[in-house]
Design a binder for this molecule. Structure first.
Ligand code: CO
Ligand code: CO
Length: 321
């Protein structure tokens, strides 16, 4: 959608990161010591439980600030609910959001709600960062290790959930992953020092990797067997469950991804599965990989999986083995 935005006639030199690079959040310099990190995200329910939906929406919205190495401090609720919806359900969504924001030490300081046939909820988030400390998506270097902090497959599992064809334990696993803050992963990146990062959301693992590689002018090799996957996701794929967005992602990436012979149709779908509140995808210099993995583990990250290597090839291209 942003590609439809006409170029601005006013250029403020304090905009350090704008929308042009496809970065996760914008950064605005206030002084030499302080910059704002700005992002917004909201979407329709992906799970039936209104409290869980609120938690996931907030974890997801904060994630873009964490991906930049920023510290979210305030947020505004953005909500849409159908007229006549049970106020108890609305309250549960907002409660879930508030509880997750409190866990993140983020103050929800206001918001705006409109009538809409389909409920939607999310946040506009403001974070802080030292100018120069921001982790861009454009800094990946050949030889860097690629690290992923959450398993993939939430799109497949929540689609199955909506259709009522998922085991409770499988759905619980996905909900636990989606409602987990990327705070610990972000702190780990700042502790260790990394070259680039992004969070994995609607364009899937490969879509977001592609954006990062393109912005960095490099390519990558990905090892399918090392990518963590949520329990049950593959089984659902075998039963024909996959969201429309996931199919579109595979198609959109067909020119930039080279699939190895051992990578089957279902593996491709999984690697491109549209995620909600996915993990951070981090490019870290090889010599700091061990340190990053230890920091991630210490900070409670669900995964610290080394899934591939950045290479000196055509910008944005990915080879999957
Ligand atoms: Co993002
Ligand atoms: Co976003």
């Amino acid at each position: 959608m942003l590609s439809q935005l006409p170029p601005a006639t006013y250029k403020d030199p304090n905009v350090i990161v704008g929308f042009e690079s496809g970065d996760d959040a914008a950064i605005y310099r206030i002084s030499d010591e302080l910059a704002l990190v700005l992002t917004v995200d909201f979407f329709p329910p992906i799970v039936d439980d209104p409290f869980q939906f609120g938690e996931i929406a907030v974890a997801n919205a904060l994630s873009d600030v964490y991906a930049k190495g920023g510290r979210p401090v305030t947020a505004l609720n953005i909500a849409a609910f159908p007229r006549g919806l049970d106020p108890k359900i609305v309250a549960k969504v907002l409660e879930g959001g508030q509880s997750k924001a409190s866990e993140a030490k983020v103050s929800i300081v206001g918001g705006h709600t409109v009538d809409d046939a389909e409920p939607k909820y999310g946040l506009a988030v403001t974070g802080l960062i030292d100018p120069g400390d921001e982790i861009k998506n454009s800094g990946a270097k050949p030889g860097d290790a690629l690290v992923l902090t959450k398993a993939i497959g939430t799109g497949i599992i929540t689609t199955a959930g909506k259709a009522g064809v998922v085991k409770a334990a499988v759905l619980d696993g996905a909900v636990r992953s989606m409602s987990m803050l990327n705070l610990g992963a972000s702190e780990s990146m700042l502790e260790v020092g990394v070259n680039a990062a992004t969070d994995v959301t609607g364009f899937g693992l490969l879509g977001h990797l592609h954006t990062m590689l393109k912005a960095s002018g490099v390519s990558a090799e990905l090892r399918l067997g090392d990518v963590p996957r949520l329990d049950g996701a593959m089984e659902l794929l075998e039963n024909g469950v996959a969201p429309g967005g996931t199919h579109r992602n595979v198609e959109a990436l067909s020119k930039v991804v080279h699939w190895g012979d051992a990578v089957g149709e279902l593996d491709r779908l999984l690697l491109c599965d549209a995620q909600t509140s996915g993990g951070l995808l981090i490019a870290v210099p090889q010599e700091r990989l061990g340190e990053l993995q230890s920091a991630l583990t210490a900070n409670g990250s669900l995964f610290a999986a080394e899934i591939g290597t950045v290479a000196d090839g055509p910008a944005g291209e990915i080879t999957v083995h």
